[in-house]
Design a binder for this molecule. Sequence first.
Ligand code: C2E
Ligand code: MG
Ligand code: MG
Ligand code: MG
Length: 278
Amino acid sequence: AKAAGGQLVEYTPELDERAEAAERLGADLRHSLDDGDFQVHYQPIVDLRDGRTVAVEALVRWTHPVRGPVSPAAFIPIAEDNGLICELGEWIMRTSCRQLATWRETTGDRAPRYISVNVSPRQLSEPGFPDVVMSILAETGISPSDLLIEVTETAIFGGGTATEAVETLHRSGIRIALDDFGTGHSSLGLLRTVPVDVIKVDKSFVDEITEPGRRAVIVDALIHVCRGLDLRAVAEGVETAEQADYLRDLGYQYAQGYHFGRPAPDPITAEVARASAA
Ligand code: C2E
Ligand code: MG
Ligand code: MG
Ligand code: MG
């Protein structure tokens, strides 16, 4: 290996260590699935006109038995690689649909209108995935139109099984969102070829609105694209009132971000309790 010289040699041990760490974490994921160390948190998606929560996005949380909380950005790619994402994803989908059914029972018309669930590329390409989703809906009494599945551009770029799954789900009445819109390879092209109902405008574009020297050119252009194509737009990562006002002025109706609420175990029951205390 030394003959190869240069940086490659220096990087090898570090890469090995990283691969080992990922493997260990992968094994821990397996145990945690059996032990119930996962939780689903929900982040409000609000209507900018009145601030009401119209939907929630389900976001998985992992409390590692030794290390404590591990971020999805760190473990989702590992679960993708070792295939556990399919079992974990099914659990997330079932938990989220059950939660929506529970909110309907306990909070009536204050329950979110729909639930937004992230689905990873590997899940989408797993044969039978659409059937799994349909049986979870039947089991929990949630209708297809009350589920929004978030996929990324990279998952469905280039056609194949993942794209077919999206088409099947869409035909069943489930709505499809393109997540982190604008950060992939072929954002606008995909809107012509894949049945998409919602685009989630990536936080990086929302951030630009209030960055000095930048302008809102892209968020402004995207809302026009959405209008023209009859898509809904959700602005992601809204952290300030200034950003929220700006987006509303541009014509955005839906947004999500720390400004409105962080992901939490049950933001709906908390909101209803606050409202009835007031
Ligand atoms: P995403 O689907 O784009 O989810 C939005 C992420 O942005 C979440 O991070 C959320 O907590 C964070 N966020 C929301 N509002 C704000 C804000 O105002 N400021 C900032 N700085 N961040 C904000 P999280 O939960 O850490 O998830 C990261 C990514 O991991 C997600 O990005 C998604 O790609 C993936 N992920 C999370 N949960 C799941 C899941 O259940 N299944 C799958 N397949 N992927 C998931
Ligand atoms: Mg998402
Ligand atoms: Mg997103
Ligand atoms: Mg994102």
